[in-house]
Design a protein around this ligand. Sequence first.
Ligand SMILES: Cc1cc2nc3c(=O)[nH]c(=O)nc-3n(C[C@H](O)[C@H](O)[C@H](O)COP(=O)(O)O)c2cc1C
Length: 245
Amino acid sequence: MPELRESLGYRYLQATKFDREERGGQLPPAIQRTERCKTYPKAEVVELPRVWPKEGADLLSILQHRRSVRSFAEADISLQELALLLWGSQGISGQAGSFLFRTAPSAGALYPIETYLAIQRVAGLAPGIYHFDVQGFRLERLAEMVPGPPLAEACLGQGFIAQAPVNVIWTAIFRRNMAKYGHRGLRYIMLDAGHICGNLLSTAGFLGLSGCPVAAFFDDEVNGLLGVDGQEESVVYLASIGRKG
Ligand SMILES: Cc1cc2nc3c(=O)[nH]c(=O)nc-3n(C[C@H](O)[C@H](O)[C@H](O)COP(=O)(O)O)c2cc1C
């Protein structure tokens, strides 16, 4: 292992610090912009219901009781519960001009994170890999398969991932953020992902569901399952969600 100060991560942090003298003179990064939202126009779509439960756990109790759970009951999640999990983590909650704001904050309102789902047991949905179309508030089915076992393998063999009714997988489209913020943007992308996962876990708590965040995975194996290239777009984080078993 390299000494801390020689490590790539440490050098990255040093090289991307804002500096009072240099900042004003920095050129904007020569990175082309890209589209703000991703959709899969050829995919079969599943509309998500917008029926929110009137009652659930209160915020302080959700925070008090949140624990990472790695054992799930064999019960289904309902489509309504899944819809609320997606709204709570990445739903549209406001607009200013052409900016659509979401339930989780994002540096520069650039929203570089895309949400995919490895669905195993959601009532009324075939198991498979889905993409969340944020603006359409619907799912796009990318592949019909039982995704838990290969996803668990891609996550260093962590068995609870194969059991979970739903695994929410977040990728980043780096260009969306880095065309504005350059190298420093990578920090913001990871912070965005953390906010989204925090919102997801709190929403899960509201619904009486539990989850576990996961960052230990073979990146390109997860990318392969999702069909993303690992260059422009790559997995950054995921979370297993279900009823505690
Ligand atoms: C960035 C991040 C990555 C994590 N990755 C994993 C993981 O790959 N596998 C796992 O079982 N738990 C993972 N966890 C969960 C932590 O182990 C857990 O949050 C920690 O032990 C504290 O326990 P608590 O969440 O129950 O409070 C991760 C948590 C975070 C924040």
